[in-house]
Design a protein around this ligand. Structure first.
Ligand code: CP
Length: 303
């Protein structure tokens, strides 16, 4: 069964097939490949982009999204995520897209649901569709990620976006560096080929792209990770002044939600080098490709 739980499970050929299909959807009208199919959207954690993007992708492919409002659902009476997923399948869902704050819970649902389950973000672990759309956005601009220097800045330790990107971008040939407060960087042993630093001003002038990440305060256990948001901005924010250190042809990404005034200044989000809304736009095409793959749609045209 084609679950998408971790980017690490995807062969590179499948990743490139997703990119080709996303390019096709960028340039052509989609066929109704999911006609008659229902996709269950179970977001136990808040979302703007991922949920709306999978919903839009399902509709563009002629399918029907079944989006559960968790706040008014029987989850509030104690029903478990796994039972919720099984009931949405019993209501006719052919696939589930799920987000949950507990790392591993999407995998639990995948083992029980009996249909393909797509990870829409599980705890601090992975957010594979975000990494795919990030890489697709970069590849669309550069043609290839080979030897491109990608700098990921922020709360790497708690970021499922960072974890999926760290597993994907080096496989596509990118040279990745993570940067942030020492308390929010992973142990070097987990980083493999990825460089690690806390000195943003030293690495920014060499970056072909910078991806800013928000501080995930909701995942901080107690205090002590950073002295204050103001101090974070001073050392690790992509501030208006720091924009001058970023080469003119470099790109600015942020998966959102953007933490304006902390992770990046409004001037950085509005800079001509910023692709933040392009990431959101590309996400729909990538998620169309993911849904086709998960549901075993054969013979999809790709450019
Ligand atoms: N990038 C991302 O996952 O955004 P949402 O939390 O709005 O889905």
């Amino acid at each position: 069964m084609n679950h998408l739980l971790s980017i690490q499970d995807l062969p590179l050929k499948t990743v490139q097939d997703f990119f080709k299909q996303a390019e096709f959807y960028r340039d052509h009208e989609a066929a109704a490949s999911l006609s008659g199919k229902t996709v269950g959207l179970l977001f136990f954690e808040n979302s703007t982009r991922t949920r709306s993007s999978f919903e839009t992708a399902t509709r563009k492919l002629g399918g029907s999204p079944l989006s559960l409002n968790i706040a008014t659902s029987s989850v509030q009476k104690g029903e478990s995520p796994v039972d919720t997923a099984k009931n949405i399948v019993a209501l006719g869902a052919s696939a589930i897209v799920m987000r949950h704050s507990a790392s591993g819970s999407v995998g639990d649902a995948a083992r029980a649901a009996g249909v393909p389950v797509i990870n829409g973000g599980d705890g601090t672990r992975e957010h594979p569709s975000q990494a795919l759309l990030d890489a697709f956005t970069l590849q669309s601009h550069w043609g290839s990620l080979q030897d491109k220097r990608v700098l990921i800045v922020g709360d790497i330790a708690h970021s499922r976006v960072a974890h999926s990107n760290l597993a994907l971008l080096p496989r596509l040939g990118a040279k990745v560096t993570v940067c942030g407060p020492p308390t929010l960087l992973p142990q070097k042993a987990f980083l493999g080929p990825v460089e690690s630093t806390s000195d943003l001003d030293a690495v920014l002038p060499r970056a072909d792209a910078i991806m800013t990440l928000r501080l995930q305060m909701e995942r901080f256990e107690g205090t002590g990770h950073i002295p204050s948001a103001a101090e974070y901005r001073q050392f690790w924010g992509l501030t208006r002044d720091r924009l001058k250190l970023l080469p003119q042809q470099s790109l600015i990404l942020d998966p959102g939600p953007t933490q304006l005034g902390v992770a990046l200044d409004p001037e950085a989000a509005q800079d001509p080098r910023a692709l933040i809304l392009q990431q959101v736009h590309s996400g729909v095409w990538i998620r169309m490709a993911i849904l086709n793959w998960a549901l075993g749609v054969k013979g999809m045209k790709s450019s």
